[in-house]
Design a protein around this ligand. Structure first.
Ligand SMILES: [Zn+2]
Ligand SMILES: [Zn+2]
Length: 475
């Protein structure tokens, strides 16, 4: 289910949950405790004929245990929690809703690195449940299932009033955008969305603005202005980089922190009250007299405030995400921010007008964007077209392990089309090995890795940490 503009996503999630409760107990999963607070707050005014039980780590231990027992005894409950609530033994469970399915919070960052999406499908299969996923732009895994017609896509038609303002010299606010924003300030509050620092370090060509790709199809990253670009997957580094589209050699530079944004926006609109919202200081309520809110990705203030304009700054910089996984998140945050515009308001995007993002937001249809990511992932043999395991191992053992894996491919214990990459970082004692197989061979890879870690444990070899399809392949 794709969230609609001019409406609180939290309200839409609650409406879906109330609808599902007609059939029996429902489990509503949300990325973090702040989302749970917001949903519970929006639920307060509504009269419902079932019990709502919170189950997350923000509760005191005793309360949490009490709620855990309650959900296993009572027959008709709406359980609201974050990813670990997925394992609660809920009576008469008929539906699970995974809200904002793309969130990184749905991935356990420690061994055994389980993720909510895969686990939810497993539980749904054994218990015959209905599954719902919500968000603005489907994740590539979800989009892949939608393309294959395994999952239906629910969306409502909408049309937003958008304008694009291309950046000429890397300036934050192109000239023509300033009068447009000034007009919107007369009508209400304006929301600016800016990228988080350190978020985008993919290499971009300054001339044609294309993202530079490695020969293997993955993105090239740059750690500093002068360093050689390095591949995010196979870790090959490229000397004397040249753009493969236009043969340009100049790199696109930028990246400001939120304080720089505050300074420059403040200068363009003097005597205007500005509030910042950036993790960990996320605004819950926007003050009455505030005219401008500057928010970083993932930090848009709560509440159902509508803005007379939403300004998406540094579109190009945003889109230089270090992996397609982060590019998905960028699209999500653009749509999320745009959804906060009032019905008569406008969305201003600092980006070339022909970028497909502009039309996607205008028509409220992310299809083109997500298909572009799917095709890029297909070319680069990345999920959802492959299953990838990331093995972290002591450096001195990494070459032996890598050779062992290569031999397993040769001997047919792993599919012949499998790929193995070793990545060693000078600053770390550990090395990483990436093993990828076609997605239909995921079970073969999982069984192989289980066997591998068993054998290593028996022969008292050092521990290998294994993550199957982690949130991102980057360190
Ligand atoms: Zn170029
Ligand atoms: Zn590569």
């Amino acid at each position: 289910m794709m969230h609609t503009p001019h409406k609180s996503a939290y309200l839409e999630i609650i409406e879906l949950a109330i609808e599902r409760m007609k059939n029996g107990s429902t489990l509503l999963l949300l990325p973090d405790t702040r989302d749970i607070d917001r949903v519970l707050q929006s639920l307060e005014g509504k009269s419902v004929d079932f019990e709502v039980i919170r189950l997350d780590s923000s509760l005191p231990r005793a309360q949490r245990y009490e709620n855990y027992l309650k959900v296993s005894i009572k027959g008709n409950v709406l359980v609201i929690g974050n990813r670990s609530a997925l394992f609660a033994p809920i009576q008469n469970l008929t539906s699970i809703i995974v809200a904002f399915e793309k969130s990184e919070q749905y991935f356990e960052r420690k061994h055994p690195y389980w993720n909510t999406r895969d686990s939810v499908f497993l539980r749904a299969k054994t218990e015959n449940l209905n599954l719902y996923f919500t968000g603005y732009v489907p994740s590539s895994e979800m989009a892949f299932q939608i393309e294959n017609r395994n999952i239906s896509f629910i969306t409502q038609k909408a049309n937003l009033n958008t304008s694009a303002f291309p950046q000429m010299q890397g300036e934050l606010l192109p000239d023509r955008i300033i009068p447009a924003i000034r007009k919107s300030l007369e009508k209400g509050t304006v929301l600016f969305l800016v990228p988080r620092k350190g978020y985008a370090n993919a290499l971009l060509c300054a001339k044609c603005r294309n993202i530079a790709l490695c020969k293997c199809g993955a993105r090239l990253l740059v750690s500093s202005q002068t360093s050689d670009p390095q591949c995010s997957v196979c870790s090959v580094s490229v000397k004397d980089w040249q753009c493969s589209w236009c043969a340009g050699t100049k790199r696109y530079v930028a990246a400001r922190g939120i304080d720089r944004f505050h300074e420059e926006i403040g200068r363009a609109f003097p005597n205007t009250s500005i509030q910042l919202s950036s993790a960990p200081n996320i605004l819950e309520e926007v003050a009455e007299k505030t005219k401008i809110v500057i928010a970083t990705t993932g930090s848009i203030p709560g509440g159902s405030k509508e803005y007379s304009a939403v300004v998406l700054l540094e579109g190009q910089r945003f889109l230089a995400a270090s992996s397609s996984r982060f590019e998905e998140l960028v699209y999500e945050s653009f749509f999320e921010a745009a959804a906060h515009v009032s019905e008569k308001g406008s969305v201003f995007i600092v980006l070339d007008a022909f970028h497909p993002l502009v039309a996607a937001i205008t028509k409220w249809n992310p299809g083109l964007l997500i298909r572009k990511i799917l095709r890029e992932n297909e070319e680069a043999f990345l999920p959802p077209f492959s299953a990838v395991a990331v093995l972290t191992v002591e450096k001195q053992e990494s070459v032996i392990l890598k050779n062992g894996l290569a031999k397993s491919i040769k001997d047919g214990r792993l599919p012949t089309s499998s790929q193995v990459f070793l990545s060693q970082d000078a600053e770390s004692d550990d090395a990483r090995i990436l093993v990828s197989v076609p997605s239909e061979n995921r079970d073969v890879l999982a069984a192989f890795l289980l066997e591998l870690s068993r054998k290593r444990a028996i022969s008292k070899k050092s521990f290998v940490s294994i993550a199957l399809d982690p949130f991102t392949l980057l360190r």
